[in-house]
Design a protein around this ligand. Structure first.
Ligand code: ZN
Length: 323
């Protein structure tokens, strides 16, 4: 079969062990399922991306021996995101939200992962109030927000007041399948509510840029860490609104954990592969170490890249999943 899987690091730091494990999964999927690999540099957050880290990603992948077939960088794709936004605006699936961080925290419930579940205040306050709405309140605060267009909630055309743009998710359960974790039934309206596609600083958000890219770059297989699994249903909703008809195949891989089965700390993740390289550690030693930490091997004996990829490929389902 043919298809494309992507490796998509953010240049907000140098690559670390977590990235290396993710790369092994992506390249193992490519090998096992006969896919091309696309490198996407996710620098949508211009306040945190640095040219040195962008250069670092390419250099570190070359040093480790990961070769890819194509490459893109989000900061060069503004016109594509703008066109996608226009598509959503034409379908009336976007509205401006003027809520401050403080208001968002005070007025909306949070999920158990601490994520705000936006109740649609800036949507509802632009809707005309009908008597039936008072008895028809579906969300927290909905009835009292209806028709409440005040000075702190300007018209869409008001670009001078800081606001984000939210995508309207429909209130429905999305069924999707993960090749490793099984079936999920999730309603993004209950997971996060209408979510930002452009932030208050006019930057495209991760969720939006990733969906536009996955469509535009014809990504067929999404292999990424299970820390992002939670984003899948909302990304499916957004991709469908943008016109994608065939869903990608998903596999969320396990993350590296410490001896107590805890996620690696910020400090451990801040330790870069480049620091190891400068300390004279070989790629083979790193592959051995990461595969051991990912419980793929009994010991941390150095292994080649091909051996590491084969170990991971062994954990992936076969025969080839098809679209
Ligand atoms: Zn709002």
């Amino acid at each position: 079969m043919s298809g494309i899987v992507r490796f998509a690091p953010s240049p907000t730091g140098f690559l670390h062990e977590g990235h290396l494990l993710s790369a092994l999964y992506v390249w193992a999927a490519a090998k096992k399922w006969g896919l091309k690999v696309h490198l996407r540099i996710e620098d949508h957050d211009q306040s945190r991306a640095r040219p040195a880290y962008i250069k670092g990603i390419r250099e570190d992948l070359a040093w480790l021996g990961f070769h890819y077939d194509s490459e893109s960088i989000q900061s060069a794709r503004n016109a594509i995101y703008e066109a996608a936004l226009q598509k959503l605006l034409a379908k009336s699936l976007v509205y401006p939200c003027y809520c401050s961080r403080k208001q968002l925290l005070a007025e909306n419930p949070q999920s158990d992962t601490g994520e705000i579940i936006y109740q649609g205040k800036c949507y509802y306050r632009r809707q005309p109030y009908k008597a039936s709405d008072a008895t028809n309140a579906v969300g927290h605060g909905r009835a009292e927000w209806l028709g409440q267009e005040r000075s702190d909630c300007p018209k869409t055309s008001d670009e001078s007041t800081p606001h984000n743009l939210r995508f309207i998710v429909s209130d429905k359960v999305i069924h999707w399948h993960d090749l490793r974790l099984g079936d999920f039934h999730e309603n993004p309206k209950l997971q996060c509510g209408d979510f930002p596609i452009r932030d208050r600083e006019n930057q495209w958000t991760y969720q939006f840029a990733v969906c536009v890219d996955d469509i535009d770059e014809h990504i067929t297989h999404i292999v990424r860490g299970e820390d992002i699994r939670n984003s899948t249903a909302r990304q499916i909703a957004l991709m469908e609104a943008l016109g994608r008809t065939e869903r990608p195949i998903y596999l969320h891989h396990p993350l590296i954990v410490d001896e107590n089965n805890k996620k690696l700390s910020k400090r451990e993740l801040a330790h870069s592969l480049r620091q190891d390289k400068e300390a004279g550690i070989t790629p083979e030693a790193l592959f051995g170490r990461v595969c051991h930490k990912a419980k793929l091997t009994e010991t941390d004996t150095p292994i080649s890249l091909q051996e590491a990829i084969a170990l991971v490929a062994h954990t992936l389902p076969s025969p080839l999943p098809s679209l």
